[in-house]
Design a protein around this ligand. Structure first.
Ligand SMILES: Cc1ncc(COP(=O)(O)O)c(C=O)c1O
Length: 377
């Protein structure tokens, strides 16, 4: 069964009928398809999304979700949890879903931190875990990256003590795109106290090709204080649909569950997730497309004599040799969204890898905004 798409006018009428007034003009509906305050025809290279979108099977599954939309999605949730558990060789009791992996990070802060606890993180890294920790009033302990922009795991391990509630490892790291290797992780786990939860955020796992990398799932069963987090927002192309999950020991899942909203995953995304997990070819295709485009972008950057941080993800940090804020603004004026600023790397620009065509536009704009001699300075 499929529903006819409403025209803008019909949508406007339906909303007016429901609310007794024209609360949403069609213009606003159109604008809602873009980030806030952004003009039409923008190229979005600022949030590390997948420019190719979800698997066609996931799109079909979302359409079919009309059939289950009226009911709470508990049974679907069980199916997705089972599918994830099976895929990772763990039990359903070791899996929890989140409204995006962002919700899992928040649950982890609430579950494992508090005013007496500290949170050990790299600087810079993905900030969500730090910002949610403000609510718990946990003390952040920020360990700068190494000179080659990688996690300094020996220093992070040394920073952990009996007050450490949570250690956040983003592997690969956002915003640098660098990885923690298998050997580094092994020594880290040997040193870190078992009382500290180690959360490994693997949002960009599927893009990695470096053979020295492995998922933290390799330590499953050996390291009890491990929480591994994944998302459907990146390789699966469903950032707008909101689904993520964690794999952890039963007691840690139970601790996270106390802070979770009931039915935090909607029926449409659950159906789409099941279809996505089955479509392994889609994952392969998108890894290849992304990584080929990234390699081409990096070759162009090199040709221009620019510095960049070699990346294993769907984004790259490019050195711009000046404060990045006006650079981001100059891109914005050209209808290209890039970056945000990472305060400890103020003269670096993070650009997400879009389609080849989008990256051609990006490079042309970069050459105008930051001539390469200026960037190399
Ligand atoms: C490292 C990392 N973790 C988690 C997230 C949150 O993703 P989501 O909430 O869409 O799953 C992001 C988003 O960019 C990210 O970069």
């Amino acid at each position: 069964m499929s529903h006819r798409k409403l025209s803008r006018r019909e949508f406007g009428r339906a909303v007016s009928a429901a609310f007794g007034a024209a609360v949403l003009a069609p213009r606003l509906v159109e604008a809602a398809r873009r980030p806030r305050g952004v003009p039409e025809n923008v190229i979005q290279l600022n949030s590390n999304e997948n420019p190719y979108g979800p698997s066609p099977h996931a799109l079909d599954a979302m359409t079919e979700a009309q059939q289950v939309a009226a009911r709470y999605p508990d049974a679907l949730e069980d199916l997705v949890v089972e599918a994830i558990a099976k895929g990772h060789g763990v039990q359903p009791e070791n899996v929890i879903l989140g409204c995006g992996s962002g919700e899992i990070l928040r649950m982890a802060d609430l579950a494992f931190l508090g005013p007496e606890k500290n949170l050990v993180v790299a600087e810079p890294t993905f900030e969500a875990v730090l910002s949610y920790a403000e609510v718990t009033r946990a003390k952040p302990v920020k360990i700068p990256l190494t000179a080659d922009h990688r996690h300094d795991l020996p220093r992070m391990a040394a920073a952990c003590n009996e007050n450490t509630g949570l250690v956040y490892l983003c592997n690969p790291n956002n915003p640098t795109g660098t990885i923690v290797t298998r050997d580094e992780m092994e020594s880290f786990f040997a040193r870190v106290p078992r009382t500290a939860i180690v959360l490994v955020d693997e949002a960009y796992h599927h893009f990695v090709e470096d053979p020295r990398y492995t998922s933290a799932l390799a330590w499953w069963g050996r390291v009890p204080n491990l929480v591994i987090v994944r998302t459907f927002s990146k390789i699966y192309g469903m950032a707008g649909m909101r689904l993520g999950y964690a794999v952890a020991a039963r007691e840690h899942i139970a601790a996270l569950r106390r802070h979770r909203l009931f039915n935090n995953a909607n029926a449409a995304v659950l159906q789409a997730a099941l279809a996505s997990l089955e479509d392994t070819k889609h994952v392969e295709r998108h890894r290849k497309l992304n990584n080929e485009t990234r390699r081409w972008v990096c070759a162009e950057l090199e040709r221009d004599g620019r510095r960049y941080i070699p990346s294993e993800t769907n984004f790259v940090m490019v050195h711009v040799g000046q404060d990045v804020t006006p650079v981001i603004e100059a891109f914005r004026k050209r209808h290209i969204l890039v970056g945000r600023k990472f305060p400890s790397l103020p003269d670096w620009l993070r650009v997400s890898i879009g389609t080849r065509k989008e990256m051609e536009v990006f490079l042309a704009a970069l050459r105008e905004i930051v001539p390469s001699r200026a960037a190399a300075a």
